[in-house]
Write a protein that binds this ligand. Sequence first.
Ligand SMILES: NC(=O)c1ccc[n+]([C@@H]2O[C@H](COP(=O)([O-])OP(=O)(O)OC[C@H]3O[C@@H](n4cnc5c(N)ncnc54)[C@H](OP(=O)(O)O)[C@@H]3O)[C@@H](O)[C@H]2O)c1
Length: 258
Amino acid sequence: MTKIEKQTGVQGMVILVTGGSGDIGSEICRLLSKQGARVVVHYHTASIRAKKLAQEIDGFLVQADLSQEKEVNSMVEKIADEVGPVEGLINCAGFPINKETQTFWDAPFEKNTATMFEKVFAVDCIGVVLACQKVLPVMKKKRFGRIVNLVSTPAVTRHDKGYPFTAAKAALLALTKSFALEVAPFQVTANAIALGTIDTHWMDLYGETERAKARRRIPIGRIGTPADVAAAASFLVSREAGYITGQTIVVDGGDISH
Ligand SMILES: NC(=O)c1ccc[n+]([C@@H]2O[C@H](COP(=O)([O-])OP(=O)(O)OC[C@H]3O[C@@H](n4cnc5c(N)ncnc54)[C@H](OP(=O)(O)O)[C@@H]3O)[C@@H](O)[C@H]2O)c1
């Protein structure tokens, strides 16, 4: 019996969390570390936050702009050399929404430029595809691998704003369901988590009125937390989730099911 077969959950697994420096990614890193994984914290620009987190959880730190293929490749190679081949990949990185990019979310359809679509797709869809493509050959060779891609509920239903995000996440969702079938014979799984309203810095942009509106709308009666997402991600990336693939788990407090 190999070492992997003896261990359970995520114990000892090398798991790369892209966007580990973000609000949701950092919570996923903390939970996986508590559960015994060897966590690789990825960041793009938030070096101080990421370094602090890596120290806190004794994780390995990597930096890359995921929209750049060369950077994705060297990131995965660095992990293989210094920690071991990636066994679990959680793609949490996403184009940032902040005061400067708020129009990417708020603009009416006709005001969404090609550049806005290109910028969001480069991170939320193509960047994820590149990361998956880079880790897959070793996963297939080892006949073990878990990929978890974070999308959003508008990708499953629709939305009245945030067109570039909805389109990029919908494309990623379709790709995840499709390539999951191709890699299934190699015991590699690929699943998506579709997030509803999660309490992160995104919500701070919209204030208490939006929060109250969300609380009234969501059947569970509260806004989701990064910990809610981390719970789903840590299960899908675990050894025990090996018979689940090509699926989408919706983490939204029942928001889109009513
Ligand atoms: N928050 C929500 O309510 C919500 C809802 C639905 C879906 N989601 C999705 O959930 C994921 C995490 O969301 P969050 O709220 O935690 O976002 P966040 O705090 O803004 O984190 C975004 C992460 O993506 C990284 N990133 C941005 N551009 C990048 C690039 N070019 N290359 C590499 N990394 C890049 C950031 O790195 P640095 O900070 O280091 O630059 C950061 O770690 C995203 O995919 C988001 O679309 C969130």
